[in-house]
Write a protein that binds this ligand. Structure first.
Ligand code: PEP
Ligand code: MG
Length: 875
């Protein structure tokens, strides 16, 4: 049987999301529920993939099915597509498996041309509306399909408004709009060298192609990378009969949520605009009315709207984000989807749905996006500092959190200054999807236009970035690089602070403090902990970090990077002295001076961790990282060591390496200088024994040897560790147990994991180095060229952030299996950055690691991701 590429809305259902995309599947489901949905059809995600496979062409077979579906739609609507007197008009919209708001393209009013618009004007008895629809169509088609800058069209509209003394678009007459259309078509022709297409079938195919293409536009690629969406999913295209919210004062269009997407409160929440089309609300060009006003304006529509909203929430058992249009008093739903929400709202909604008996605890856990928990950990203003601050303005509290930073007016400058290490607040008239990277770089976003569902608000909320939107009092002069608010002139580079929870805007920098977490968070986390099998540890080198991580639920330390303990002012001269020592004896003297510091650090860590496992990794970086670089420091060190500056410089030169990441580092240091491993072993063991004796915690130190690639290498260092540890035990007359393991971070170690496991009691996958060495990408430099790899669709995401399951993942799975074969009870963990990335955590669960270890602030994310991995496993 040939493939079915196109489905009428009455042929699908919500289960068919992968094929029909989220929007298409929900439109089909709502059709099945008998709700008022303008009918249409969905061209499948498979057709999108097919389009790319055919060299960016819609095959004859797919085209045939599209036009058959159009015929069927004509029958349903009793109108013909392309008819000159009463044309069937459609919208063409993207709809991927998961919603990607604003990332892809939409075209409205398709099917109009120079003749049909006249018929349409007559038929509707509303010429102003007909010409307005046509001019919008030309503008959208030129912008989306042909990539003509829409500013060129907007300038014409603005000129016309000025010439006619019109304040709003709606003040322009039919004749004014006819003139606009003439000028629009002139722009179209001069920009593209061809006439605006008059044939509706051609318009339709071109529009569908444009939506397919938009799957691969740079902002969609960026969004997918940020949200772990695979590039081969493709987007579906929905072709839907137009209904019009711009037919006068009994028409309108809006978006609404069944619960408040910022707080989670159970209450209808939304906005609408009378006499407008959908893009006016979403783009935030006009500031809309709250949905409750609909009760006064059109009470019957309001009642029906409320009832359908409830039906939808009950049906999907989740908060819904709905788009609707009222055409001359008749209500239509254009889409529904599970609404995007802030993390606090997500937790509250999930907990309340459990309390309402709508969903199970497992469903609640599976619904919280693990990465979104980041938002809960957001800063707020220091209450003392904010007391003294006087706001210069106030607008909509669009996305919670406090932010302070320097003002920049374009996404590009915001991104550049962020990369230069500045904290940035992006200030825009309104944002659009092209601004995504600048928004991502910003601590906070302030817009002059737009409501709570404007692009800025929705996107900032999704990213967990503070946002104040619709600040109409702002006088913004982007060209001069300044704005005036509350009588204050703020220039590019000046500090401002915004509070996305109150909507207030302040001049200057205000101190922020970390967030506190609500009871809903604890409930969800407790449920997650009941479900997950993977343990979660933290990477921490200081007692303060470790304590913080324990508060976030860390069950141990998976990586303590001991080198970080040597960088403070008192200690660094001592390690430098050790490095510059010429003899073993001199080195030992220097190392002995370091023991008290290391021991003190370890004791504090053990105390904070109260008997939870602590993995201490021995010295790892190339030694030159510790050496002085300024003449001042070099002279001080020379004086301290009683040597000349030249001698120090000679040692520095001798330590120079062409490729330090593959140089004298990791266990190679202990192979050449076993006394380093001795010193660290003494410190670890003495600290553990003393804390065990003093506090009664059951401590079993875990000593981790880095950068091992060969069993004999590990054996060598292990011998040093065991010999020293046994001496310490004898001295203290202690029977303390301890474990020695290794990192697996060199491909050779993964390949020979069966042999290495003969010596190692545990493996911890160091996926930072393992990624670096598997790809051959320097972990410090890859950022410079990865962008080109994304642009050319060679790699979809940064392998240092999201584990490369195909390549590096194979090494992990293989090493885990080989390790277990040799030593069935070997403990397996991961301590590379991937340990806090949800997709990577799921992979770790799948290959059967015992724990993941990540930075303290990511511990809750890993706990939730681990629970979700366990739930996915069960399905
Ligand atoms: C690793 O390589 O993954 C690791 C955790 O060690 P580091 O980042 O310190 O090299
Ligand atoms: Mg490493």
């Amino acid at each position: 049987m040939s493939t079915k590429w196109v489905y009428q809305f009455n042929e699908g259902n919500a289960e068919m999301r992968n094929l029909l995309g989220g929007k298409g599947a929900n439109l089909a489901e709502m059709t099945g529920l008998g709700l008022p949905i303008p009918q249409g059809f969905t061209v499948t995600t498979e057709a999108c993939t097919n389009y790319y496979d055919c060299g960016e062409n819609i095959s004859d077979e797919v085209q045939g099915q599209i036009f058959d579906a159009m015929k069927a739609l004509e029958n349903i609507q009793g109108k013909e597509f392309g008819d000159l007197e009463d044309p069937l008009l459609v919208s063409v919209r993207s709809g991927a498996r998961v919603s990607m708001p604003g990332m892809m393209d939409t075209i409205l009013n398709l099917g109009l041309n120079d003749v049909a618009v006249e018929g349409f004007a007559k038929k509707t008895g509303n010429p102003r509306f007909a010409y307005d629809s046509y001019r919008r169509f030309i503008q959208m088609f030129a912008d989306v399909v042909k990539e003509v800058d829409k500013a060129k069209f907007e300038a014409v509209l603005d000129e016309m408004k000025e010439a006619k003394g019109a304040k709003f678009d709606t003040d322009l007459t039919a004749d004014d709009l006819k003139e606009v259309i003439v000028r629009y078509k002139e722009i179209y022709k001069s920009e593209l060298g061809e006439d605006f297409p008059q044939e509706p079938k051609e318009q339709l195919l071109e529009a569908i192609k444009a939506v397919f293409r938009s799957w691969d536009n740079p902002r969609a690629i960026y969004y997918r990378r940020m949200n772990d969406i695979p590039g081969d999913w493709g987007t579906a295209v929905n072709v839907q009969t137009m209904v019009f919210g711009n037919m006068g004062d009994t028409s309108g269009t809006g978006v609404a949520f069944t619960r408040n997407p910022s707080t989670g409160e159970k209450q209808i929440y939304g906005e609408y605009l009378i006499n407008a089309q959908g893009e006016d609300v979403v783009a935030g060009v006009r500031t809309p009315q709250p949905i409750t006003r609909l009760k006064e304006d059109l009470p019957e529509c309001y009642e029906q709207f409320m009832q359908i909203a409830k039906t939808l929430e009950d049906h999907y058992r989740d908060m819904q984000d709905m788009e609707f249009t009222i055409q001359e008093g008749k209500l239509y739903f254009l889409q529904t989807r599970n609404g995007k929400r802030t993390a606090p709202a997500a937790l509250r909604i999930a907990c309340e749905l459990v309390d309402e008996g709508m969903i199970t605890k497992e469903e609640a856990v599976s619904r919280i996006e693990a990465k979104a928990l980041d938002q809960l950990l957001h800063p707020r203003f220091d209450p003392e500092a904010i007391k003294a601050a006087v706001p210069i303005g106030e607008a909509l509290p669009a996305s919670p959190g406090a932010a302070t930073g320097k003002v920049y007016f374009t996404a590009e400058t915001a991104k550049l200054h962020h990369e230069a290490g500045e904290k940035v607040i992006l200030v825009r008239l309104e944002t659009s999807p092209e601004d995504i990277e600048g928004m991502h770089a910003a601590e906070g976003i302030l817009t002059a236009r737009g409501g709570m569902t404007s692009h800025a608000a929705v996107v900032a909320r999704g990213m967990g970035t503070a946002c104040v939107a619709g600040c109409g009092d702002i006088q913004l002069d982007e060209e001069k690089g300044l704005f005036i608010l509350g009588g204050k002139t703020v220039r590019e580079g000046d500090y401002i602070s915004i509070d996305g929870s109150t909507g207030k805007v302040y001049y200057g920098e205000i101190r922020t403090i970390p967030a506190t977490i609500s009871g809903n968070f604890d409930r969800i986390m407790t449920w997650a902990d009941e479900i997950r099998t993977l343990k979660v540890r933290t990477n921490a080198d200081t007692p303060a970090d470790a304590l913080n991580a324990v508060k976030f639920g860390a069950e141990g330390i998976g990586l303590c990077r001991t080198e970080h303990m040597f960088f403070d002012a008192e200690r660094i001269p001592k390690i430098r002295r050790m490095i510059l020592s010429r003899t073993k004896e001199a080195r030992e003297i220097a190392l002995n001076q370091l023991i008290p510091y290391q021991k003190k650090d370890f004791k504090e860590l053990y105390e904070v961790m109260e008997g939870k496992p602590v993995t201490i990794r021995f010295l790892d970086p190339p030694l030159h990282e510790f050496l002085p670089t300024t003449l001042e420091e070099i002279s001080a060190l020379a004086k301290d060591m009683n040597v000349t500056v030249e001698e120090i410089n000679m040692t520095r030169a001798s330590l120079h390496e062409f490729n330090p990441m593959m140089g004298h580092r990791g266990c190679r240091l202990a192979v050449t200088y076993p006394e380093i491993a001795k010193m660290q072993t003494r410190a670890v063991m003495e600290a553990a024994i003393e804390v065990k004796q003093e506090k009664g915690f059951d401590i079993v130190p875990e000593i981790m040897i880095p950068l091992v690639g060969e069993k004999k290498e590990l054996q060598f260092v292990k011998n040093v560790v065991v010999e020293t540890a046994e001496k310490v035990k004898a001295y203290y007359e202690s029977d303390i147990d301890y474990h020695i393991g290794t990192m697996i971070e060199i491909p050779r170690a993964a390949l020979l994991a069966n042999e290495i496991a003969e010596e190692a009691e545990f493996f911890s996958f160091g996926t930072n180095d393992l990624t670096q060495m598997t790809f051959g990408f320097s972990r410090d430099d890859a950022g410079k060229f990865l962008e080109a790899y994304y642009d050319n669709k060679i790699y979809e995401s940064d392998p240092f952030a999201k584990l490369d399951q195909d390549g590096v993942g194979q090494l992990i799975a293989m090493a885990a299996e080989k390790g277990r074969k040799t030593r069935p009870d070997i403990k397996l963990g991961i301590c590379g950055e991937h340990g806090g990335d949800p997709a990577s955590v799921e992979f770790c669960h799948k290959v059967g690691l015992n724990y993941v270890s990540c930075s303290p602030y990511r511990v809750p994310i890993a706990r939730l991701a681990a629970a979700q991995a366990a739930l996915n496993d069960k399905q």
